[in-house]
Design a protein around this ligand. Structure first.
Ligand code: ZN
Length: 655
């Protein structure tokens, strides 16, 4: 493991707290040390209070902050003396502990201090760093973990047997530190949990963390437990998307709401899946207990979701028998399937990505521990205690509300501009994960966020559309909403002059491609946990065609008829199919300033008059159309299918 410390970079961070920020970020940058909010750090600083009297403070990481991106505001200043006094209590419940931490902060607006605050306070060093380093938990989670840890670290660390994080762990660490520490001590290993390092400067504490973890890595190397040979084939997931969507439907039912499911079937995953004792190595539990909040205790092997639910209920009944617990939903968060690979599940795309990250590290830890003689996780009772601890249960009672389309997946064609892009925005704003298709390459980098996947796609090419669906389903697990928007509006041309090839080109894009997309999407929409929805962007030209627009009007009218039939055929699957008929949406690429000016002049109007030449004298924007499209996907339209709703400011010819 390499130290990321850089003198020039470090010089930009002046002061004790700033240096704390710097090395915390260094820890956060290395995913083999901490993952997604894991780990915590602190620094002890003396400051003046409101009376100008000196007060010793522990600045400790606040909950909800990620070390990689932490700022000074992410550290909560807590009165050190009070924390040290708390450590002398016989017992303290988690809720009381959090109350004490919050009541003894010097800054009311600071985040709730880490539950490890008391532990940090008892260690007699200015800087304290804590991570869940992969290499360290690999060694602790083995048959002879304790002896191995002693062999690796000698007397440079204090060794703590596993105790659940919180007050009891803080007390035990304080006790054991007093008993075991000597002049060589630079850290502390927590069995089945992680590692602490400490020092008088930020650099010293950080470098000690790197040095200790490096020792663990070298131990794995010299014991032939570092390199994993990939022998897996790397499954081709083509044609599996319908199975993925069906599996996601099952999991969503168990979860009680739609979920995002991310699929990974690379060579490394296939190698892991090919292990001769897959059940033995995967059904023990996580590498470090706090993963359980996101991943649950064990993955589902295979696709029998009902059986997983049954076993989860048994686990809850058994482990929770002694307390008054509220059962969490029994749905799996990870699935290991020989054919599909690793499926990572979350209520949002971001949550699913975190689960995937965690399990990728876990697979490596398990494989290395296996090479070392056998992976041994904590017993189920210890994992249950973290999964169901007071603070998590309290969060549960407060409850979080699901966004309107939370856990759902939408696909929008023609998504890089105009109405299509506005639809992407409206759907993302309602919590959906969105697959955006466009022939324009700008779609790929349109948004850098977990819940958006932009794919370059010519919708008239069947293979490209199938591949896009493949990628979308791998990333999000299925399809709930389809927005058929891509289309062309060719220049005006009367029928007498109409070129047949041009007619066919327009028909191909506006009609044939829409049919093909609907055909390919149908088996996926059928698996939508809350029923599939299709919204087609039609045109005012369907009810009120215009001179010189024969190919456009005819293609949109044919599409309209196709959609009405889809509504009848797919109603039995609960799929709703509706249409919007926009007109004169001027904030799209079609309408340049020159075109607008020319059209206005043609009618003897100003541009503003021209734009609002409708009954309501209003201007219709892409965003207005997109909001209607999104509403049609929502519960407001749950009893409506085959509707055609004009969005044109009112047009006498349509009326
Ligand atoms: Zn920890």
């Amino acid at each position: 493991m390499e130290s990321l410390w850089n003198d020039d970079e470090a010089a930009k961070y002046q002061g004790d707290l700033a240096k704390r920020v710097y090395t915390s970020r260094l820890l956060g940058r290395d995913k083999s040390l901490v993952l997604h909010g894991g780990g915590n750090t602190s620094v002890k600083i003396t400051e003046k209070d409101i009376f100008s009297e000196p007060v010793d403070l522990l600045y400790v990481k606040g909950s909800g902050w990620d070390l990689e991106f932490i700022e000074q505001a992410g550290f909560s200043p807590v009165r050190l003396e009070h924390l040290q006094k708390l450590a002398t209590l016989e017992s303290l419940s988690d809720l009381d502990m959090v109350n004490e931490l919050r009541c003894n902060m010097l800054q009311a607006s600071a985040p709730t201090p880490s539950v490890e605050a008391i532990l940090h306070a008892t260690l007699p060093y200015k800087y304290v760093d804590h991570t869940h380093a992969d290499a360290v938990v690999t060694i602790t989670n083995t048959e002879n973990g304790l002896e191995r840890v002693q062999e690796v670290f000698g007397d440079s660390v204090v060794i703590i047997p596993y105790v659940m994080p919180g007050f009891d762990l803080a007390r035990l660490c304080a006790e054991q530190f007093a008993a075991q520490a000597n002049e060589n001590t630079i850290g502390m290993v927590l069995m089945n949990h992680g590692i602490f390092s400490f020092g008088e400067s930020a650099q010293e504490s950080y470098e000690r963390m790197i040095a200790l973890v490096t020792r663990a890595e070298n131990y794995l190397l010299t014991h032939q437990a570092w390199t994993i040979e990939n022998t897996g084939a790397g499954a081709d997931s083509a044609a599996k998307r319908e199975q993925v969507a069906a599996l996601r439907q099952q999991v969503s039912i168990a979860r009680g709401q739609p979920v995002i499911m991310r699929v990974q079937s690379d060579q490394a995953t296939q190698t892991f899946l090919a292990h001769e004792d897959l059940a033995g190595i995967t059904q023990q539990g996580p590498a470090t207990p706090d993963h359980v909040i996101r991943t649950k205790r064990v993955p589902l092997l295979g696709r029998d979701v009902d059986r997983y639910v049954e076993q989860y209920r048994e686990y809850f009944a058994e482990q929770g028998a002694t307390g008054d617990y509220t059962m969490l939903d029994p749905a799996p968060r990870m699935i290991l399937d020989q054919e599909l690979g690793l499926c990572s599940i979350g209520d949002s795309a971001a949550a699913a990505a975190i689960v995937q990250d965690i399990y990728n590290h876990t697979m490596t830890i398990i494989q290395r521990a296996t090479l070392l003689g056998g992976y041994r996780a904590l017993p189920a009772s210890d994992i249950f205690a973290v999964e169901y601890w007071e603070l998590e249960q309290a969060k549960l009672k407060k409850g979080g509300s699901r966004a309107e389309f939370g856990g759902e997946v939408a696909l929008v064609t023609g998504a890089a501009s105009g109405i299509g892009q506005a639809c992407v925005e409206s759907l993302l704003a309602r919590g959906a994960a969105v697959i955006g298709l466009d022939i324009n390459e700008s779609i790929v980098s349109m948004y850098q966020r977990e819940d958006f996947l932009g794919i370059v796609c010519d919708v008239t090419e069947r293979q490209q559309v199938a591949s896009a669906l493949e990628q979308g389903v791998s990333r999000f697990g299925g399809l709930d909403m389809l927005i058929v928007n891509a289309g062309v509006f060719p220049g005006g041309c009367n029928i007498a002059e109409l070129d047949l090839d041009e007619w066919r080109r327009v028909m191909n894009i506006n009609l044939d491609a829409s049919l093909m997309l609907m055909q390919l999407a149908y088996p996926l929409l059928r698996c939508a946990p809350e029923h599939g929805r299709v919204v087609v962007v039609g045109s005012k030209n369907v009810p009120a065609p215009g001179i010189g627009a024969a190919s456009y009007s005819a293609s949109k009218a044919a599409l309209n008829q196709l959609v009405r039939i889809a509504a009848m055929e797919w109603g039995v699957d609960g799929i709703r199919v509706n249409t919007v008929h926009p007109d004169a949406v001027f904030d799209t690429g079609l309408w340049t300033d020159e075109v607008l000016a020319a059209r206005a002049e043609h009618y003897g109007m100003t541009v503003d008059e021209y734009k609002s030449r409708n009954i309501l004298k209003t201007q219709v924007s892409s965003a207005d159309v997109a909001e209607l499209v999104a509403a049609m996907c929502g519960s407001l339209f749950q009893c409506t299918t085959a509707a055609q709703v004009p969005i044109d400011g009112g047009n006498e010819r349509v009326i």
